[in-house]
Design a protein around this ligand. Structure first.
Ligand SMILES: [Fe+2]
Length: 211
């Protein structure tokens, strides 16, 4: 939108994104509380969560996910890292290498997220895999369950892709941000970890944004 502000298609697409966010907030007051608790805990995770929600809805739409399922996908995207609110900040923001124990603690945010959300009456059951599978990799080298291939849902596959992309393109105190092109090159180099059709759609989608 910012690169071509007079393009009405872009404005129309922005409207769809806001509609998703609006219906989430109106339908579920707990969601707002969840988002605020992420922001209070760690501002980077808050920004990363909102970026991931927008990117996952956009990729889902481009990949043909139906309108009502996009809602669950976006909600899963927004809250995929909510378990980080239970991870100590010194581990979450540690600039150097994590020890084995710290790394295990960090990985635990996935199961913590499931624990928080499974008792939420307004968090749809079909959105849960976006949270529980966002660190799974198609080749079985992800966590927490080393799931492979068809054991990973389309929500999990979309989240894995956009989560990595957003992390790579964001600056942190201990690393520079990669450009979108560099980030996609890194992802393509590790393409055995991602759904090949989704990766193609994602590259095409971002190419359209860049044009
Ligand atoms: Fe995560």
């Amino acid at each position: 939108v910012l690169s071509d502000p007079y393009n009405s298609t872009h404005i129309k697409e922005s409207g769809k994104v806001v509609e998703e966010i609006t219906s989430s907030i109106i339908n579920n007051k707990n969601i707002l509380f969840n988002i605020i608790s992420i922001k209070n805990h760690d501002y980077y995770t808050y920004l990363h969560s909102t970026n991931t929600a927008v990117l996952s809805i956009a990729l889902g739409a481009a990949a043909g996910v139906s309108r009502d399922r996009l809602h669950s996908l976006g909600l899963g995207g927004l809250l995929h890292d909510i378990g980080k609110t239970n991870i100590p900040l010194d581990v979450l923001n540690k600039p150097g290498r994590l020890t084995f124990f710290e790394y295990r603690m960090m990985q635990n945010h996935v199961m913590e997220g499931e624990k928080i959300l499974k008792n939420q009456p307004y968090f749809p059951e079909n959105a849960m895999s976006a949270v529980t599978q966002h660190h799974e990799k198609l080749n079985g080298q992800g966590y927490p369950f080393n799931l492979t291939g068809s054991y990973i849902t389309i929500y999990g596959r979309i989240l894995a892709l956009v989560d990595t992309y957003d992390a790579l393109t964001t600056q942190r105190p201990y690393k520079v941000a990669h450009t979108p092109f560099e980030a996609l090159s890194i992802i393509v180099n590790e393409c055995e970890q991602y759904d090949p059709d989704l990766l193609k759609t994602f590259i095409k989608m971002l190419g359209g944004v860049e044009d």
